[in-house]
Design a protein around this ligand. Structure first.
Ligand SMILES: [Zn+2]
Length: 99
């Protein structure tokens, strides 16, 4: 809360009024929930590139594949790894789930 209080102290009156409007409209709640969901679902400390085992992060290449109810995500550290994965796992095997 200290960090947020510090940010609020730095804002001018117009910015504070906009923030207050977002608060009343429930937009702040939406932003917080969205970010928490992102952080909960995307724990990059445990993720590795499925092709080479390299580290991945928020800026890595990502694909989503599979049927809607079995949607999967895969993260890659390089375009080459992503291309290899698509050609060997998705194109040739036509898989819906897993890899
Ligand atoms: Zn890789």
């Amino acid at each position: 809360m200290n960090k947020l209080a510090g940010l609020i102290k730095q804002m001018n009156k117009d910015e504070l009024q906009l923030l207050n409007r977002d608060l009343i409209a429930g937009n702040i709640d939406k932003i917080l929930r969205k970010r928490l969901n992102e952080l909960n679902n995307e724990n990059f400390d445990e993720k590795q590139c499925p092709v080479c085992g390299g580290n991945v992060n928020e800026e890595s290449f990502k694909i989503e594949f599979g049927k809607l109810y079995l949607r999967r995500k895969a993260y890659f550290d390089a375009v080459d790894c992503m291309q290899y994965f698509i050609e060997t796992k998705i194109k040739k095997q036509h898989i819906d789930i897993g890899y």
